[in-house]
Design a protein around this ligand. Sequence first.
Ligand code: SF4
Length: 330
Amino acid sequence: MRTMTPEEKAYLISIGSASIDEALSADFLPTTATAGPGAGGSSVFIRSGGRRVRLSVNPASPLRVVPDRDGIAIVRNGETIVRGRLERSLCHCPEQAYITVSERCIYDCKFCPVPKLDGAIKDTETVVRMVEEAAASGSLSAISLTSGVAGSPEQEVERMAAVVRALRARFDLPIGVSVYPTADSTAILRAAGADEIKYNVETMDPAIFARVCPGLSLPFILNALAGAVEVFGRNAVFSNFIIGLGEDDETIRDGVALLARIGVIPILRPISASPLRAGEIAVERPSPERLLRLAAMTRETLERHDLDPRRARTMCLPCTGCDLTPFRDV
Ligand code: SF4
């Protein structure tokens, strides 16, 4: 079976959803996300040769996943776009236990459903049990942790550090952590045993940042990222950079260059419009052409700065489900 091309993956990502044929219900392995683009909804993961894509389950989507020989096909108006197979997700995504510790947040980023979910705060024992269950599958290759800010950023970092220490003592797997930074978060999480870290800039357009992330500070996050590279090293510090908030390509190019210059690998993440945020924010999912153009630009920039996403072991860069990932997809 041929691998989906970068162009086909870009097309699927630009739509981002699919309905699922009833005949697949026995093999249908949806994952319900508590963080990330699909928070609050179900997704399927499809592997086609060397590439993977995540699609949100949406009965109204123009794409449909149907049985095809011994796998599946993604079709639109009866025309097959990609053939592949459904992949089993462990916790949130394939091959990883990617766990949201605090499913709630005191901040109010306008694109994010998490503050509206007002979900649970998992204790360390719960997280350890979830990782043990994922490990029992035999295909667990990484532990990734993320969190909203339930009380204060400092409390959240301490909660996360306790979880990391407990996991480090039990599992010989890479551990990646994504939190809102504090003055000491890099040192605390490194000492706890984390291998990789992600502090999200969300956008590199300061005017958009001020509008969509009230209460957060872009200069503080950038400063924390630079400090994290000194502690965690190159190819171990990442930052999500959302595409589709009204930023122009030049801002993205300059933002990617700035992040790469300080040793950070940006993850260009197509915006997902959350129904929980309807009316609060205008978003535009990027076209396939824009996704391909930006991924190629990011690859060139990373090459120039001797950064390689293939060396990342946790979180989104090895998963690739939501993005066109430089070096892996393009
Ligand atoms: S790319 Fe990241 S957010 Fe998307 S499914 Fe994979 S791990 Fe989750």
